[in-house]
Design a protein around this ligand. Structure first.
Ligand code: SF4
Length: 213
């Protein structure tokens, strides 16, 4: 059984798949408390569903792209069966994870979006650095950046772990309402970083606080 916060069909707002229709499966619970978290409702709201029920709910949308997210989806043991079986339906399966839980057991075909928490999140000391060695070429690494200090931290991690070229994308995403995208863009250009500036597309379409989109 899984505890599911919500399942919905929307436009993917992040990653290299931004702009594509996608079904989102949001799992309940998280053991972090990032200062800028935009899904605190997923900390404890949810209902029990079997893996079969989740797959049936996903299939009703007829969409080839599905993202498993949270909360922190890797807290629930049955998420591994869910990802395996969703992959078996022929869909592209993405996993969004906070970077503090091991990704070692994630099925090989799943596209992992692994966060590296910056100091502004208040949770940077929780990162499981072994995850950066377990990345596949199709995976993506995301830094949510609140200020200049976060930017410099992210820039150093990217360099130290030679992330550019080792994964499909390194995403630098400004905290909505805290850091101007134009400032982050200027820093990236000034330092000639081969990273991807990511804006949360769904927030521009529907607004920053709208749920289920
Ligand atoms: S890891 Fe994600 S869900 Fe958990 S507190 Fe941080 S932003 Fe929120």
């Amino acid at each position: 059984m899984l505890t599911i916060n919500e399942i919905f069909y929307s436009i993917q707002g992040e990653s290299t798949r931004a702009g594509q229709p996608c079904v989102f499966v949001r799992l309940t619970a998280c053991d972090l408390r990032c200062s800028w978290c935009d899904t605190p409702y997923a900390f404890d709201e949810g209902r029990k569903m079997s893996v079969d029920d989740v797959i049936a709910a996903v299939e009703q949308y007829g969409c080839p792209l599905v993202e498993v997210t949270g909360g922190e989806p890797l807290l629930q043991e049955d998420v591994y069966e869910l990802m395996e079986r969703l992959s078996g339906t022929g869909r592209t399966v993405m996993l969004e994870t906070g970077g503090h839980r091991s990704i070692a057991r994630v099925p090989a075909g799943v596209l992992k979006i692994v966060d590296v928490k910056c100091p502004g999140s208040g949770e940077a000391d929780k990162t499981d650095w072994s995850n950066l060695r377990a990345l596949a070429p199709h995976d993506e690494v995301k830094f949510v950046i609140k200020d200049r200090g976060d930017y410099e931290f992210a820039r150093d991690v990217v360099s130290r772990h030679s992330l550019v070229g080792r994964v499909a994308a390194v995403l630098f995403s400004p905290v909505h309402g805290a850091l101007e995208a134009r400032d982050l863009a200027a820093w990236i250009l000034e330092d000639r970083l081969a990273v991807r500036l990511q804006l949360q597309v769904h927030k521009f379409i529907w607004g920053a606080d709208v749920r289920g989109v």
